[in-house]
Design a protein around this ligand. Structure first.
Ligand code: API
Length: 267
C-alpha cells in the first residue's frame, strides 16, 4: 500500500516523517529498521510518526534506526513543528510547546529530571556526577530530558574515541533502557562543542536532546552561563535554561523532499 512521507533534518540529524492522521500506518521495529536502512530503505536516523492527539495539536512518535521506539527527539520536534505549524506537541517524553521565529524554531522541552529512577538507572546512585567510569571517561552527569542522557566534559573532544566507547556506555546494564552518550568541551563562557553517540542510532550529525542535556549539565556545574551555543558536527543549537525552569532549544529545521513509497518494500 502506498504511503506519503517527508524527508527532513535538523543540522543533519535526519528523519523520515509519516503523517498517520490522513493515512492508516502501522509501525513495528522491523518496519522502522527497514525504512531507516541507508542501503535498502529510505534512510534516516529516526522514523517519525504523526498521530492525532487528545491533548495537543498532534502526537509525535519516534523510532530509532535500530527499531526501538523512544520517548523524545529534539531535532524532530523542530521539523514536525515546521512541517505542520503545530505549537503543542505530545510525546511519550512529555508535552512540548513550539514557536517559529526569526532565529529558527524554539521548542520548550519541559524541565530536566535528575533522580536516578527518572533516568532510569538500575539501582539508586548519585547522578551528578555518576560514581562510574568507562575507559578514561568519568564524572559523567546523568539526566533525563524526556529521554536518558549521560554527559561528560573533557579538555579535548577530538581525543575521545566516541565511536568505540559510546556503544559500551550505551549498553551498560546500569542503564536498563540504555542511554544517549554526550561528550563535550567548553569553548567559551557560553559555548560548548558536543559529539553524541545516540542510543539506537550511533554517531549522528546532531542531537537536540543531547544539546539540551549537555547545556543543563554545564550550567548546573557552573561551566557556562545560558543561553548556551552548543556546536555539534552538523551545526549550532542555542539552549537556554535556568535551574528550576524549563529548557528552551532554538535551531533550524530543513525540508529536503516529499516522497511516496510502498509499505510492501519495507517488510
Ligand atoms: N537517540 C535518541 C532519540 C533521538 C534523539 C535525537 N535525535 C534528538 O534530536 O534529540 C534516544 O534514543 O533517546
Amino acid at each position: 500500500m502506498r504511503f506519503a512521507f517527508d524527508k527532513m533534518h535538523g543540522l543533519g540529524n535526519d528523519f523520515v516523517i509519516v503523517d498517520a492522521r490522513r493515512q492508516p500506518v502501522a509501525i513495528d521495529a522491523a518496519r522502522a529498521r527497514a525504512v531507516a536502512d541507508r542501503h535498502r530503505g529510505i534512510g534516516c536516523d529516526q522514523l517519525i510518526l504523526i498521530e492525532a492527539s487528545g491533548e495537543a495539536d498532534l502526537r509525535m512518535r519516534i523510532w530509532n534506526a535500530d527499531g526501538g521506539e523512544v520517548e523524545q527527539c529534539g531535532n524532530a520536534l523542530r521539523c514536525v513543528a515546521a512541517l505542520t505549524g503545530a505549537t503543542r506537541i505530545e510525546t511519550a517524553g512529555g508535552l512540548v510547546a513550539a514557536e517559529q521565529g526569526g532565529g529558527g524554531i524554539t521548542i520548550d522541552m519541559g524541565a530536566p529530571r535528575f533522580e536516578w529512577d527518572a533516568i532510569p538507572l538500575a539501582y539508586p546512585l548519585d547522578t551528578a556526577p555518576l560514581p562510574l567510569g568507562w575507559d578514561g571517561l568519568a564524572g559523567g552527569h546523568a539526566l533525563s530530558v524526556g529521554n536518558p542522557h549521560i554527559v561528560f566534559f573533557v579538555p579535548d573532544l577530538a581525543a575521545v574515541p566516541l565511536d568505540r566507547i559510546g556503544p559500551v556506555i550505551e549498553t551498560d546494564p546500569v542503564f536498563p533502557k540504555r542511554i544517549n552518550v554526550n561528550v563535550a568541551e567548553v569553548t567559551g563562557p557560553a559555548a560548548l562543542r558536543l559529539s553524541v553517540w545516540e542510543r539506537g542510532a550511533g554517531l549522528t550529525r546532531a542531537c537536540g536532546t543531547g544539546a539540551c542535556a549537555t547545556a543543563v549539565a554545564a550550567i548546573r556545574q557552573g561551566l557556562v552561563s545560558g543561553p548556551v551555543e552548543v556546536r555539534l558536527p552538523g551545526g549550532p543549537l542555542v539552549i537556554d535554561w535556568t535551574p528550576g525552569g524549563t529548557i528552551r532549544m532554538t535551531g533550524p529545521a530543513t525540508h529536503v523532499f516529499a516522497g511516496e513509497a510502498e509499505w510492501e518494500a519495507f517488510a
